[in-house]
Ligand binder design. Structure first.
Ligand code: MLT
Length: 239
């Protein structure tokens, strides 16, 4: 199986995704939040590229019909129902609901994957389920790390490497990797044993502690909490 990792969305031109399965990762925290919300019964998540777009989308759907969600500088957006903390997305709050979500890096990364044959939403929370889905599909894979402000983010890179490790176990090693995927695998081998601490020391992790949301780091480090594989298609993320 061919697997390429892009450490930032800027590395992948839409044309290169044709025929491929994309996996979008924003471990801290957008894709972890999407996985948590859908696993807890949310009907759909509409990713929006900006606050204005999110508000417009919510108004078009009907403000009463949706939960308006998202962050800027890790904090909930004023007037929104929820921020981007996966711990907020309990079954009691989101079951049966449609969500509109805008985040700094994660939702733009999702939107950048629209040229792919399929787009899966990954995180540590649903790691094994994503690996199983990729192995079952068998097609070439592009892992798109959301990164941070268009730059490399260690949390996403370790998760990308964990996907490589998982596929290597499933496929008896027959993987063809780009250099970024090789680097990600090495990172995962050295950092997975101490994942929570390592995520806490990333730039995104430190920012979460600074704004009092440090508990999200441990939450996003909990591997295989859910067996769901959200897919992004027709401008929404669904199970
Ligand atoms: C993002 O999309 O940039 C992140 O999820 C930011 C965050 O949740 O703090």
């Amino acid at each position: 199986m061919r697997l390429d990792v892009c450490f930032t969305p800027g590395e992948v031109a839409a044309a290169e995704l044709g025929g491929r399965v994309a996996v979008v990762l924003d471990v801290l925290r957008a894709t972890s939040t999407i996985v948590e919300a859908l696993a807890n019964g949310a009907r759909t998540v509409f990713p929006a590229p900006s606050i204005d777009e999110a508000v417009r989308l919510a108004q078009n759907i009907g403000r009463e019909q949706v939960l308006l969600c998202g962050e800027r500088r890790s904090l909930p957006v004023e007037g929104f129902d929820f921020g981007n903390s996966p711990r907020d997305y309990t079954a009691e709050r989101v079951s049966g609901k449609s969500l509109v979500l805008t985040t700094t890096n994660g939702t733009p990364a999702l939107l950048s994957s629209s040229g792919a044959r399929r787009t899966l939403v990954g995180s540590f929370l649903n790691l094994e389920a994503v690996v199983d889905a990729l192995a079952a599909d068998g097609g070439p894979v592009t892992v798109i790390c959301a990164g941070r402000e268009k730059r490399f983010a260690l949390d996403d890179a370790i998760c990308a490497g964990a996907i490589v490790l998982g596929l290597r176990r499933r496929l008896d090693g027959s993987l063809e990797l780009n250099d970024a995927a090789v680097a990600a695998e090495l990172l995962a081998q050295s950092r997975l044993p101490d994942l929570e601490r390592c995520l806490g020391e990333t730039a995104a992790g430190r920012q979460l502690f600074e704004v009092g949301l440090g508990e999200d780091v441990a939450y996003c480090a909990s591997i295989d909490r859910h067996r769901v594989v959200p897919q992004y298609r027709d401008r929404q993320v669904v199970l």
